[in-house]
Design a protein around this ligand. Structure first.
Ligand code: HEM
Length: 443
């Protein structure tokens, strides 16, 4: 089977992709159907929104596909953490971390998460009625604090604030390199690369100090990734992680978990403020589980409607909007020959909005997820699929469900009317100009 090539001038089309990936993908899927390809000078790139392609590449034949060239850029910041690592060393790390990160153990985190959420709510409640608030900024602050307390086991400090800022700057640097490959050589001429390396050195140094502190004063009581991983031992080899491996995993968890969850929450709130009847249902559900003002882990398990709201928001506004792989061995998918070296991009955003897979796909309707148990959800992949599925999936679902439940039942917002809400596709799907809300008096 032949798949259509993108039409028009290739250079111009690549420029369109780099400047606005979502608009580019919208128009190409519209013109070409579910699959299309482009031959750029060094390789063939295939884009698909077909769940059968996703299942083939990420589950059935996952051994024949590996992380692609974009990960090499990200590796500059994250080193060989779970997200960028491959092969046997990835498997060893995944096994080790999976034991620390299983669902039951995560449940002990809900208390820390809820306390952080309550503090953020108290802060927002102090804002006067009628004042404007960028909800994406609040959510970034919230998920960063949750990450610091649960992953690093630390409260915010000037050093960690600096780590946060430098990570954000490095991320911008990497995004430019992925979008404009020539920028890579340019940064070496301008000295920007050296500056980026220095920022990285400072981040690594701060994380090294945290790890050392935890090694000198091991803490078996509290759950945080640093404590768990400094003590974790590989069942097969009996080895512990080296300091560099630990540093890379901490950066990876912060990087992979904080923005995805913050933007996931921001898009959910954006939808909710436009659907007051859904907020009403959340309020009723939350009221039915609160004990002394807290939801707690038992209450969280009962929040079926709020969980459906989170599922629906991750469908319509998937923060990890594309996932991709490079083919390692010649293959065939639905009659299409795939060559070694081809890159295949699956647009989760477009798969989740596919009119053949979802009724009325652009409508925000949590009811689609109400009758379903987790393992029977079809065509829903915001966390990827297969052995490399997001290791933070349960963590993120817990955090998002708790945050939506608490925030929406305690604070009333209205959408600020004169603004253009647009998604910007960087590494995650970001609200381009932010999402501006107007605070209303509390309920
Ligand atoms: C709404 C929030 C989140 C979304 C949408 C999301 C999405 C994803 C996706 C799609 C992947 C697979 C990438 C691929 O196959 O190429 C992934 C991997 C990963 N995620 Fe998440 N994620 C979220 C939250 C988190 C959180 C909270 C953490 C950590 C606490 C986390 C840590 C990771 C890690 C370490 C990987 C790499 C796993 C591996 O390759 O073994 N993520 N995530």
């Amino acid at each position: 089977m032949n798949i259509p090539h993108i039409k028009g001038n290739l250079l111009y089309e690549l420029y369109l992709f780099a400047s606005n990936p979502i608009a580019f993908l919208n128009s190409q899927f519209e013109k070409n159907g579910d699959i299309f390809q482009a031959n750029i000078p060094t390789k063939r790139i295939i884009c698909s929104r077909d769940p059968k392609w996703l299942e083939h590449i990420f589950v059935k034949k996952q051994k024949d596909y590996d992380k692609d060239f974009t990960m090499r850029n990200i590796e500059f910041i994250l080193g060989k953490g779970l997200l960028t690592n491959t092969g046997d060393t990835w498997l060893k790390q995944r096994r080790l971390i999976q034991t620390a990160f299983y669902k039951g153990r995560l449940e002990s985190l809900s208390e820390i998460m809820e306390n952080v959420i309550d503090l953020q709510i108290e802060k927002i409640q102090k804002i006067n009625h009628g004042q404007k608030i960028f909800i994406d900024k609040e959510m970034l602050e919230l998920t960063a604090t949750v990450a610091l307390e649960t992953i690093f086991g630390e409260k915010m400090s000037p050093e960690l604030h600096e780590v946060q800022e430098k990570m954000a700057e490095l991320q911008e640097y990497i995004v430019k390199q992925i979008k404009f490959p020539l920028y890579y050589s340019w940064t070496r001429l301008t000295g920007e690369h050296q500056k980026a390396k220095e920022k990285l050195r400072q981040i690594n140094h701060t994380l090294y100090q945290i790890i050392n502190k935890r090694k000198e004063h091991p803490d078996n009581q509290s759950f945080n990734l640093v404590s768990l991983l400094t003590q974790a031992i590989d069942a097969e080899t009996g080895e512990k992680m080296s300091d560099q491996e630990l540093i890379d995993e901490l950066k990876t968890f912060y990087f992979a978990g904080h923005e995805t969850t913050a933007f996931g929450l921001s898009w959910a709130i954006y939808e909710l403020v436009q659907h007051p009847h859904i907020i009403q249902k959340i309020k009723e559900e939350v009221d039915s589980v609160l004990v002394n003002g807290k939801i707690g882990i038992e209450g969280l398990k009962k929040l079926k409607y709020t969980s459906a709201v989170v599922h629906e928001s991750l469908r319509l506004h998937s923060p990890a909007y594309i996932i991709s792989r490079e083919c390692l061995k010649e293959d065939e998918i639905q009659g299409v020959k795939i060559n070694k070296g081809d890159t295949i991009i699956i647009s989760l955003l477009h798969l989740h909005r596919h009119p053949k897979l979802w009724d009325n796909p652009l409508q925000f309707n949590p009811n689609r997820f109400l009758q379903l148990e987790n393992n029977s959800i079809q065509n829903w992949y915001p966390f990827g699929a297969g052995p490399r599925i997001c290791i933070g999936k349960h963590f993120a679902m817990m955090e998002m469900t708790l945050a939506i439940a608490k925030i929406m039942s305690k604070i009333n917002f209205k959408l600020y009317p004169q603004q253009k809400i647009e998604a910007e596709a960087l590494i995650t799907l970001k609200p381009k100009n932010g999402i501006l809300l107007i605070k209303q008096s509390s309920s």
